[in-house]
Design a protein around this ligand. Structure first.
Ligand code: 6GU
Length: 241
């Protein structure tokens, strides 16, 4: 079976969105993965198709009702569906490449995109939802976060990335370091030149320079990644390894 993403959202028209284009779009058309977005509102039971209500205890905003959400989940997850149910929320565990690798290796995902102030805690607990965030900033809803998570997973599915891309992944990402600087023609542009070593043809020296640049940039920008890199024995897996 292909990798299967089910999205529960109030804005189904946002999917597949950009994932219908480029590499992910080709993989969608060739059946490597599939996605369907289901409108949560279709599971409301009242005349006004209500999906939310005021928060118990008072306060601003609205909370999504557990009964409507549970019916929507049941509607896309048949009994025995082995896919993880992920609720996208800024209070979730931060998405990282290790989590992405695990999700891409499984049967797919069910993604709940929250709106308003959040989701009734009882349906989170009852359904054993995994809460995931895509970064320390606030989006207006879980939909764009879902697109980020799907993009990261789909590019790891067998056959989606070109051979060159996956090779680059291994040589660089494997150490958990950030990418070194890249250059191409022209050799001089607006008075700026390319580092001599890259034009020298000395492959060992080039590899040494790139490694040093990767380390310098990682130390400078991401001391957290640098600390993790230093704590790890040589050859251990990094971002993608
Ligand atoms: Cl998953 N949702 C929203 N609304 N904001 C976020 C997020 C998710 N991750 C980071 N910010």
């Amino acid at each position: 079976m292909n990798w299967h993403a089910s999205i529960l959202t109030l804005f189904p028209d946002m999917f597949p969105g950009p994932l219908g284009l480029s590499l992910a779009g080709r993989a969608l058309r060739d059946g490597t993965w599939r996605v369907e977005a289901t409108d949560i509102r279709g599971f409301a039971t009242d005349r006004h198709r209500t999906v939310d209500d005021t928060p118990a205890g008072g306060g601003a905003g609205m909370v999504m009702r557990p009964d409507v959400l549970d019916a929507a989940i049941a509607g896309v997850m048949p009994a025995g569906d082995a896919r993880p149910l992920i609720y996208l929320t800024p209070r979730g565990r931060l998405l990282d490449q290790a989590m992405v690798r695990g999700l891409a290796a499984g049967p797919g995902v069910v993604l709940l995109c929250g709106r308003y102030e959040g989701v009734d805690q009882r349906v989170i607990d009852a359904r054993g939802m995994i809460e995931v965030s895509v970064g320390d900033y606030v989006l207006s809803g879980g939909e764009t976060a879902a697109l980020v998570l799907l993009d990261a997973c789909v590019r790891l599915l067998p056959g989606v990335m070109g051979a060159a891309d996956s090779a680059a992944e291994e040589s660089h990402g494997a150490d958990g370091l950030l990418e070194y600087p890249h250059y191409t023609r022209p050799a001089e542009w607006q008075g700026r030149t390319i580092p001599d070593v890259l034009l020298s043809g000395h492959h060992a020296e080039i590899a040494r320079w790139r490694r040093a640049e990767s380390e310098r940039i990682t130390k400078e920008r991401r001391p957290d990644l640098w600390a993790r890199h230093e704590a790890k024995p040589a050859g251990a897996g990094g971002m993608d390894g």
